[in-house]
Design a protein around this ligand. Structure first.
Ligand SMILES: C[S@@+](CC[C@H](N)C(=O)[O-])C[C@H]1O[C@@H](n2cnc3c(N)ncnc32)[C@H](O)[C@@H]1O
Length: 267
């Protein structure tokens, strides 16, 4: 009904830091504690992007391979987050080139929502992990847990058909619903599956800091906003600004964001 999801445009690693890297750094520790990664283990980080989770794994004592489809993000990871225990490699999450059972654990943060073939990703993550190893993943709860984006999507949807469609495309995927990841994990044969919500704080200095995170950069909404007529875009910006300010002076606003994390064990 809503067509296929437009691609995530992973081009500029510095732009990614502004949009998300600064917040995924806050996710790394709670997510890896939840996953139960042990020091000394060999771990694959799928969709490593600019290396936030890979670096956190290495800091926790894991020998880590970060794999991503974007060469420019991998360059950013090597520049921003190199570590003697991390290797960054090019690869596709739907067709991993690693041997079966070759990692003690496999993790992936904020990736599965940008890939259409989620079952292939989950099956590949399971395949490369040894029996008894953990496979863990997390993504935003796009239903009520991601107000930081809803303000843009809901304001924009009033004025623009394309944003209405995009909102439906983002929200219609079961993987971003509560227990969507857990259902997928069981479907690919993982056991002892647990899914939990985690709360992060996204803290913006002012409206410009907030708006530039969503009106530029790799996201579907940014790509759409940059190609729409300037008058419509400006009107959307004014409505989003009004929502951000809520009648108060411009300045810092903090959004509570829910990330849902799942873990399961390879039988
Ligand atoms: C939102 S970023 C998350 C990056 C990182 N995990 C983090 O938490 O900051 C999504 C990442 O998924 C990567 N990606 C998208 N499709 C992919 C695929 N088929 N295989 C591997 N990586 C992919 C993108 O290049 C991007 O780096």
């Amino acid at each position: 009904m809503s067509g296929s999801l437009p691609p995530f445009l992973a081009a500029d690693p510095d732009e990614y830091e502004h949009f998300m890297g600064r917040w995924s750094a806050r996710l790394a520790d709670p997510f890896l504690v939840f996953a139960g990664i042990e020091p000394g283990s060999r771990v694959l980080d799928v969709g490593c992007g600019t290396g936030t989770i890979s670096l956190a794994l290495a800091t926790r004592g894991a020998t880590t391979v970060g794999v991503d489809v974007s060469e420019s993000y991998l360059d950013g990871a090597r520049r921003l987050r190199s570590h003697p225990r991390v290797t960054y490699e090019h690869g596709d999450a739907t067709d991993l080139r690693y041997a079966s059972d070759s990692f003690d654990a496999c993790v992936s943060a904020l990736v599965i929502d940008v890939i259409p073939e989620v079952e292939l990703v989950a099956a590949e993550m399971r395949r490369v992990t040894r029996p008894g190893g953990v496979v863990a993943c997390c993504t935003f709860d796009f239903w009520g847990g991601f107000a930081v984006l809803d303000l843009v999507l809901d304001s924009g949807a009033v004025l623009d058909e394309g944003i209405r469609t995009l909102r439906a495309q983002i929200k219609s995927r079961p993987i971003v619903w509560a227990n969507g990841q857990a259902d997928l994990w069981r479907k690919v044969g993982l056991v002892d599956v647990v899914e939990v919500p985690m709360v992060l704080s996204f803290d913006y200095a002012d409206f410009e800091d907030y708006w530039s995170s969503f009106s530029t950069g790799p996201t579907r909404i940014a790509q759409h906003l940059t190609t729409m007529p300037a008058d419509v875009r400006n009107e959307i910006e004014q409505h989003v600004r009004a929502g951000y300010l809520a009648g108060l002076p411009d300045g810092r606003r903090s959004f509570a964001v829910i990330v849902r994390a799942v873990r399961g064990t390879v039988p």
